[in-house]
Design a protein around this ligand. Structure first.
Ligand SMILES: [Zn+2]
Ligand SMILES: [Zn+2]
Length: 268
């Protein structure tokens, strides 16, 4: 079963738990879920004050066609209309927030009859809001899963420095592939704050999630026996990445990048 199929199953079973808890909590007068309309500032303030909370992205008039629940730490794109004053909560869009998943689910069921039975589509695949614990993104040999695994880790909030893997596992088919730890990528992306760690320029473009796009580079390659750890990894722009591998000055560039990473990772 793929990791994302796994999350869907977990989301569905957690939903069943939510349903039972809901009845108990109704008597407890919990703080209600809140819908945000034309108030990006209020909404943003709520998010920063409730890092372990939840929110759902939806149209201004809640509809079952579009209702996706996320952790409040998942930074979402403003696709609606960036030119308006409230790109997140204005125009045709709005958000609903709650401190617990149960409240949010409860709100959906009360507000939109068709949301009475939430399905896996109503839970974000990236931040996996239905998982009580931070999602597992184990080392992987798949380049796509490496990137989505790192996205998933970052969507759960501030990344704690991972141990990484000193001797990465590899598998040998027609060529040798290494299992890379997505938490190392998540860490170096956070460390880079959207700028290439070699040339210092901002990432050349944003991804769908409006995250700056940078590639992961290992200072000592895994095939040369390098460890998959934060101090052997860097986030670089695609140009610098090619340059580090093929450029005429690559030895100097690698040296410079190593010094930068050592400096950044030095204990303070
Ligand atoms: Zn999400
Ligand atoms: Zn660069």
């Amino acid at each position: 079963m793929s990791a994302s199929a796994d999350h869907k199953v977990q989301a569905a079973s957690l939903y069943a738990v939510c349903f039972n808890v809901r009845v108990l909590q109704r008597d407890n007068q919990m703080a209600a879920a809140k819908q945000w309309v034309d108030d990006d500032i209020g909404y943003e303030n709520w998010l920063s004050a409730h890092q372990s909370g939840f929110m759902a992205n939806m149209s201004k008039r809640p509809h079952s066609n579009y209702f996706v629940i996320h952790r409040s730490t998942h930074k979402l794109p403003d696709r609606s209309n960036p030119a308006t004053r409230n790109p997140r909560t204005g125009n045709r869009y709005s958000k609903v927030t709650a401190e617990t998943l149960t409240e949010l689910v409860d709100w959906a069921r009360r507000t939109v009859p068709a949301l009475h039975h939430l399905s896996a589509q109503n839970f974000c695949d990236v931040c996996a809001p239905a998982d009580a614990l931070p999602v597992e993104s184990p080392p992987t040999a798949s380049p796509e899963e490496y990137i989505t695994g790192a996205d998933r880790i970052r969507a759960c909030g501030t990344v704690k420095k991972p141990m990484g893997v000193v001797v990465p596992r590899s598998s040998t088919g027609t060529s040798t592939v290494f299992f890379r730890d997505p938490s190392v990528r998540a860490w170096v992306l956070q460390r880079a704050v959207g700028h290439c760690e070699l040339c210092g320029n901002p990432a050349p473009f944003l991804t769908d999630d409006q995250e700056p796009f940078l590639e992961s580079h290992h200072l000592i390659t895994l095939s040369a026996g390098g460890p998959d750890t934060p101090d052997n990894a860097a986030a670089v722009c695609p140009n610098c990445h090619r340059n580090l591998h093929h450029g005429i000055d690559r030895d100097d560039l690698r040296e410079r990048l190593s010094r930068t990473v050592v400096q950044k990772e030095a204990p303070r």
